[in-house]
Design a protein around this ligand. Structure first.
Ligand SMILES: O=C1O[C@H](COP(=O)(O)O)[C@@H](O)[C@H](O)[C@H]1O
Length: 255
């Protein structure tokens, strides 16, 4: 695992455009050497702006979307189509514009609260763990965090330093031996969520943390200053090959 790289862009609009361009370039590069590519997208303000910027970019046609699988690092445990679901927002921002290019079978949302057989965040988490394991190749021995080797796993960060739906001091931080965890009592609504575990996150080739706005700068300062994962979960989001923190100037603490 390499050192964390911090890249600062002037404002949130440029940040979203730059991350979109970076993502599209990464996909083109990956597709020149292997297929399929696996990407984890994020919800949140800047996360959805990035997806909209991807949809609006002429570079999107440089990617063969039939060779890309899209996943989510966390989801709000709500009914299908709820406007607060990360999936619903991503469909509007990116998936609907890509319809026809990105096969429906390549899109892997976490199951909503009203899906058949899903009664709890744990049910949805378990279903997602099975879906992830099906894309790892090799036999499923039913143990551990079995995930595809994500080419990019992207996360927003809350003002409290949460990443995915792993919140400071929350029991889900310690989930082990599995790729996903059901979350109850999240301090940010809705309280019930489904999240990747740190084991799943740390298996990614590249982890990108994206944050914009002055409300994030105290958490960034604490994380860069050596806060623990328990205090600032974002510090636990580390990739195998690369960890990028992509910030705007307002989120960047003064040197
Ligand atoms: O609830 C969530 O929040 C975070 C960060 O959101 P932001 O609006 O402060 O950028 C997001 O990354 C996560 O996916 C989402 O579920």
């Amino acid at each position: 695992m390499g050192p964390r790289e911090v890249i600062v862009h002037p404002d949130a609009v440029v940040l979203a455009q730059a991350v979109a361009a970076r993502l599209l370039t990464r996909l083109v590069d990956v597709q020149s050497v292997r297929r399929p590519a696996h990407v984890g997208v994020t919800g949140g303000t800047v996360g959805i702006e990035i997806l909209a910027a991807v949809a609006a970019s002429p570079l999107r046609d440089a990617v063969d979307w039939s060779g890309v699988h899209l996943w989510w690092g966390d989801e709000r445990f709500l009914p299908d189509g709820d406007p607060e679901r990360n999936e619903t927002q991503a469909r509007r921002a990116l998936l609907d514009p890509l319809a026809g290019a990105l096969p429906a079978g390549n899109v892997h949302p976490m199951l909503p609260s009203d899906a058949p057989g899903i009664a709890s965040p744990e049910d949805s988490a378990a279903a997602y763990a099975r879906e992830l394991a099906a894309f790892t190749g090799g036999p499923d021995d039913g143990s551990g965090a079995r995930v595809p080797a994500f080419d990019v796993l992207m996360f927003g960060m809350g003002p409290d330093g949460h990443v995915a739906s792993l919140f400071p001091g929350h029991p889900a931080l310690g989930a082990a031996g599995t790729s996903t965890v059901g979350v109850h009592g999240a301090p940010k609504p809705p309280p019930e969520r489904v999240s990747f575990t740190f084991e799943a996150i740390r298996a990614a080739r590249e982890v990108w943390v994206v944050a914009a706005g002055a409300a994030k700068s105290a958490a960034i300062a604490a994380a860069l200053g050596g806060a623990s994962v328990e205090q600032m979960p974002v510090v636990g989001a580390v990739g195998q090959e690369r960890t990028l923190w992509l910030l705007d100037a307002a989120a960047t603490p003064a040197a």
